[in-house]
Design a protein around this ligand. Sequence first.
Ligand code: FNR
Length: 369
Amino acid sequence: MEITNVTEYQAIAKEKLPKMVYDYYASGAEDQWTLAENRNAFSRILFRPRILIDVSKIDMTTTVLGFKISMPIMIAPTAMQKMAHPEGENATARAASAAGTIMTLSSWATSSVEEVASTGPGIRFFQLYVYKNRNVVAQLVRRAERAGFKAIALTVDTPRLGRREADIKNRFVLPPFLTLKNFEGLDLGKMDEANDSGLASYVAGQIDRTLSWKDVKWLQSITSMPILVKGVITAEDTRLAIQNGAAGIIVSNHGARQLDYVPSTIMALEEVVKAAQGRVPVFLDGGVRRGTDVFKALALGASGIFIGRPVVFSLAAEGEAGVRKVLQMLRDEFELTMALSGCTSLKEITRSHIAAEWDAPRALPAARL
Ligand code: FNR
C-alpha cells in the first residue's frame, strides 16, 4: 500500500524489526506520558490562515549557523541506526544530503564520523555525549572537526539514562555484530549484557554525571565548532546557555526518553524563545510528524526543527529511500501548509498565524456608552 504520511512507517518498522530493536526505538520513559504529550500538544494549536495572498512561489530555504539549507526540517541524532538497516547512518547521511538539509550524527552511531563523512558532501552536526574520560571526548571532537562536521550538539539531559521499561524487560543491548563505531579501539565500542538495560549500565559506567556549565566552557576551549545545547526546556537554562557561550538552543526532551512528565517540547518552546530574546537561534525536536507541526513550531519562534523516530522507522522499512521519502513528505506538507496559510517565505510565518489553547482570550474593547 502506498505510504502517504510519515507516521505510517512506524507500523512497517514494527513488523520488520526484532522486538528488542523496535522497542528501543519506539519507547519513552516510564509512563510514557510525555511521549504521548509530544504529539497531543500539537493539536492544541490551530491555524489563523490568511487568504488571497499570491502563493504561486514559496521559498522554504533558510540558514542555520550560517549554513544554507533547503528547508527548516533537519535530522536529530538517533543512536545505533545499523540495527534498523545495514547501511545505517550512511544511508541517513545520503538522504539528508539529497534533500539539502542537515544530519546530526549520534555519538553512539554504528558508523564512525569518518565513514559518514566519506558518503559525500553534506552539512553535518555531531551530537556529543561527554564521557568521564575527557581524553576520549577531546579526541572524538577533534575527529569530528577534521571529518568536516560543522557544529556540536551537546546533549545535556542525560546524566543518567531515563528508565525505559521495555529496554529493561528486553535486556536491551547492542547486537554483538555491531559496535559504537566512534569508540571502537578505545575499548568503549561494545555494550555488555546487564541485568537490566545494557545501555543504562553503559551510561552509568561511562557518562560523566558531573557535567555542568563549566564544561560547556571547556568544550569551547577544545573546539572552534559552534555548540548547540540540546535538551533545554526552561527560560532559566536558556539564559545560562547563552551566558555560557551556546551558539543555539535545541528545545528537546530527548523524544520523551529521559524525565517523564516534562511538558511537550511544543508547549515549552515559547518560554525558551522569549528568554533567548533573539540572541541565539532556538530549534525544537519531539513529536514532529506533519508539515503543520513544522509550521506551528516556526510560528512559535523556532528557527527549525529536527526529527528523530521517523528516520529510524523509515530506515528500517526502506533504507535510504525511506528516509528520503520522509524528508520529501514533510517538505511537501510544510509547503502546502505555508500556501494555505498565506506565507511565501519563512519570515512571513508569524505568531498571528496560529492560536494556541493557552493563549488568553482576546480582550474585548470596552463598550462605549
Ligand atoms: C534518540 N535521541 C538521542 N539524542 C541524543 O542526543 N543522542 C542520541 O544518541 C539519541 N539517540 C536516540 C535514539 C532513539 C531511538 C530515539 C528515538 C531518540 C533523541 C533524539 O535526538 C531526539 O531528541 C528525539 O528523537 C526527537 O523526538 P522524535 O522526533 O523522535 O519524536
